[in-house]
Design a protein around this ligand. Structure first.
Ligand code: UN1
Length: 519
C-alpha cells in the first residue's frame, strides 16, 4: 500500500514555515542512543500521511550541540536581562506572524482542532509577552542583618544549559513556557520534543534561529535534539545540564526524576493528571455542561488537564447525565483542520489500542456504559486514529479510574455530601487540576481550603483544562510537584545566591558567638 502524501494545502503551510517536507533536516549523523532508531518518521493522525523523516543525531552531533550550548551560555548570560527580553519580544512578533501556519501544522501533525492549534500558538505569544516584562523583574529580596553595619540581600544568576523534554499533546506551547522564561533568565536550552511531533519543533527552531541570527546572538542559545525515550534519558543523565524540565507521563517522569536526582540535578516535572470536576447540587448546570464537555473531549482527551472524572451530586445526577449524553450526541468528529469539527483523531494507533483496552477493562471492573466509545471506520477516518468519546458510570476505586488513560473516556461518579465529594476527588494518585461547579460559598471555599482539593490547580465554576500562562502550572503527588509558566516559577531557572556585606570595621559573628583572639 502506498502512503498517502501531504495534501497541497499542508505542503504550502510547510513551505511558508521554511520546511522541506519529508527531509526537514533537523540534525545529522547516525542513531546512537542505545536501542533507538536512526530516523524518526512523523505521521499525521489526520490522514495517515508520512510528513517527515528526521535523523536522530549521532554521538558526535549530540556532543557538539552540548559544547556549543555551553559556549553560547557563557556569552548569553552576559547580555543584560532586559536586552534578552527584547529578543524574546521579537520571538513573540514572529510567532504572531506565523500563527496561522504554525497552528495548522500543530493541528495536522498532532491532530488537535485548528482552534486549539491556533490557541497553542497564542499561548506561546502570551508567554513571550510575559517573559519580556519579567526580564525587568528578576528581583530578589533585601533583608535586615542582625549584625551592625551589615547588609544582606539575595540575587538570582543564570543557571546554565536547560534540558526541555516535551510531550506530543502540546508540541510547541509547553516548550515555549520553559524556553522563553529560561531565555530571559540567561539560560540556554536544549529541547527534546516528543518523537511523535518533530516537525512542529523544527518549525519553531527555524523561527527562533532566524531571530537570534538577526540579532547577532551566537549559535547554541536554542538547540534541538530529535530523539525518543532513550534520548530523553540521556539528557536527564547529562551533568552539564543543571536543570531538566520534563512534561509527559508519570512513567517517563519517574525515570527522568530518578536519573536527574541521582546526579543531584534539578528537575521540573509536569506529569499525569486525573482531573475531576465536582458538580454540586448548587451548580449552574449550563456552565457545568460546557466546562465538562470541553474538558473531556477537547484535544480528544489528550491534555494532562483533561477532565477524566465528574463527581456529581445525587440530586442533579440524572438531569446532568441526560444533558451530557445529548451534548455528546451533537459532537462532530473528523478532520481537525475543518473548523466545524469538535474532536480530531488520537495521536496514533497505539493510543487507539490503549483506548480500546481501557474500555474493555473498565467494563470488566463493572463500569456501566452511558455513551459507548468506539473506533471509527470508513471515510474520513482512514488513518485509524479517530474514536468516539465514551462516558462510563464507575466507582472511584476501580483500577482504571485511578489511572490516566490519554483518551476521551469520562467517568461519572455519584456523591451525597461535599465532604464525600472532596474525599473521592482526592482519592487518586495524581494531583494536577481540579474544579468545583457550585454557587454555594461554603462549598467553593471548602474546596479551595487546605481541607479541599489537593491539586496544584483548583478552579471554581470553570473546567480543569485551559489554564492561562500567568499562573504557576503543575501539580502534586504523581503529577511530579514541578511548576512551569507564570508566577514566580522563573526562580527555578536561576541560581539563587544570598549575599552578606560588611561595611563596618569589626567582624561581629551571627548568633552572638564570641571568638576573640585578642590583638
Ligand atoms: C498539558 O496538557 O501538558 O491548561 C498542558 C491547559 C493548557 C496546557 C496543558 N494551557 O489545558
Amino acid at each position: 500500500m502506498t502512503e498517502p502524501s501531504i495534501n497541497q494545502e499542508m505542503g504550502a503551510v510547510l513551505k511558508s514555515l521554511g520546511i522541506d517536507s519529508i527531509n526537514p533536516g533537523a540534525s545529522t549523523g547516525s542513531g546512537w542512543f542505545p536501542g533507538t532508531r536512526d530516523r524518526i518518521d512523523s505521521y499525521s493522525p489526520v490522514d495517515g500521511s508520512r510528513i517527515a523523516s528526521v535523523e536522530i543525531p549521532g554521538r558526535d552531533v549530540y556532543e557538539s550541540v552540548i559544547n556549543t550550548a555551553e559556549k553560547a551560555f557563557a556569552e548569553w548570560q552576559l547580555i543584560p536581562a532586559p536586552k534578552r527580553g527584547e529578543i524574546v519580544r521579537q520571538l513573540g512578533v514572529e510567532f504572531r506572524n506565523y500563527k496561522e501556519p504554525l497552528g495548522k501544522l500543530v493541528s495536522y501533525e498532532m491532530g488537535k482542532s485548528i482552534q486549539e492549534g491556533l490557541g497553542e500558538v497564542q499561548e506561546m505569544i502570551d508567554i513571550c509577552d510575559y517573559a519580556v516584562g519579567l526580564s525587568r523583574q528578576l528581583s530578589g529580596f533585601t533583608m535586615h542583618s542582625e549584625r551592625p553595619f551589615h547588609r544582606m540581600y539575595e540575587q538570582y544568576h543564570p543557571l546554565g544549559p536547560v534540558g526541555i523534554i516535551s510531550a506530543f499533546n502540546f508540541p510547541i506551547a509547553v516548550w515555549s513556557w520553559n524556553a522563553m522564561i529560561a531565555f530571559v533568565c540567561g539560560d540556554v536550552c536544549i529541547w527534546k520534543p516528543s518523537e511523535k511531533v518533530p516537525l512542529c519543533a523544527i518549525a519553531c527552531q527555524k523561527i527562533v534561529a532566524r531571530v537570534f541570527n538577526k540579532n547577532g546572538i551566537p549559535e547554541g542559545v536554542s538547540n534541538l535534539i530529535v530523539g525518543d525515550y532513550e534520548a530523553g534519558k540521556h539528557l536527564a543523565g547529562d551533568k552539564r545540564l543543571p536543570l531538566i524540565s520534563a512534561t509527559g507521563s508519570t512513567r517517563m517522569g519517574k525515570s527522568v526524576g530518578e536519573t536527574v536526582g541521582a546526579r543531584l540535578g534539578r528537575s521540573i516535572l509536569e506529569l499525569g493528571g486525573n482531573n475531576a470536576i465536582i458538580i454540586s447540587g448548587h451548580a449552574d448546570l449550563r456552565l457545568a455542561l460546557n466546562s465538562a464537555l470541553f474538558g473531556a473531549v477537547g484535544t480528544a482527551g489528550q491534555r494532562c488537564t483533561t477532565t477524566r472524572r465528574l463527581i456529581i451530586h445525587d440530586s442533579v445526577f440524572d438531569e446532568f447525565r441526560d444533558r451530557l449524553v445529548h451534548a455528546y450526541g451533537q459532537l462532530l468528529i473528523g478532520n481537525p483542520l475543518d473548523e466545524t469539527m469538535h474532536v480530531g483523531p488520537l495521536i496514533d494507533k497505539d493510543a487507539v489500542r490503549l483506548f480500546k483496552e481501557a474500555l474493555k477493562k473498565i467494563k470488566q471492573e463493572g463500569g456501566i456504559p452511558i455513551v459507548e466509545g468506539e473506533v471509527l471506520e470508513g471515510s474520513p477516518y482512514e488513518s485509524g486514529c479517530y474514536v468516539k468519546p465514551a462516558i462510563y458510570l464507575v466507582r472511584n476505586d476501580y483500577e482504571m479510574v485511578q489511572h490516566e488513560t490519554f483518551a476521551p473516556i469520562l467517568y461519572l461518579i455519584k456523591y451525597n455530601t461535599i465532604e464525600e465529594a472532596i474525599r473521592i476527588h482526592n482519592d487518586v494518585p495524581q494531583g494536577l487540576s481540579s474544579s468545583i461547579m457550585s454557587n454555594n460559598l461554603r462549598e467553593t471555599e471548602l474546596f479551595l481550603s487546605h481541607a479541599g482539593s489537593d491539586c496544584g490547580i483548583a478552579n471554581v465554576n470553570i473546567g480543569t483544562s485551559g489554564a492561562e500562562i500567568g499562573g504557576a502550572f503543575g501539580g502534586e503527588k504523581e503529577t511530579g510537584g514541578g511548576r512551569e509558566s507564570g508566577s514566580d516559577v522563573w526562580k527555578c531557572y536561576m541560581r539563587r545566591q544570598t549575599n552578606t556585606i560588611n561595611f563596618g570595621d569589626r567582624i561581629p559573628l551571627a548568633q552572638g558567638i564570641r571568638f576573640d583572639i585578642g590583638e
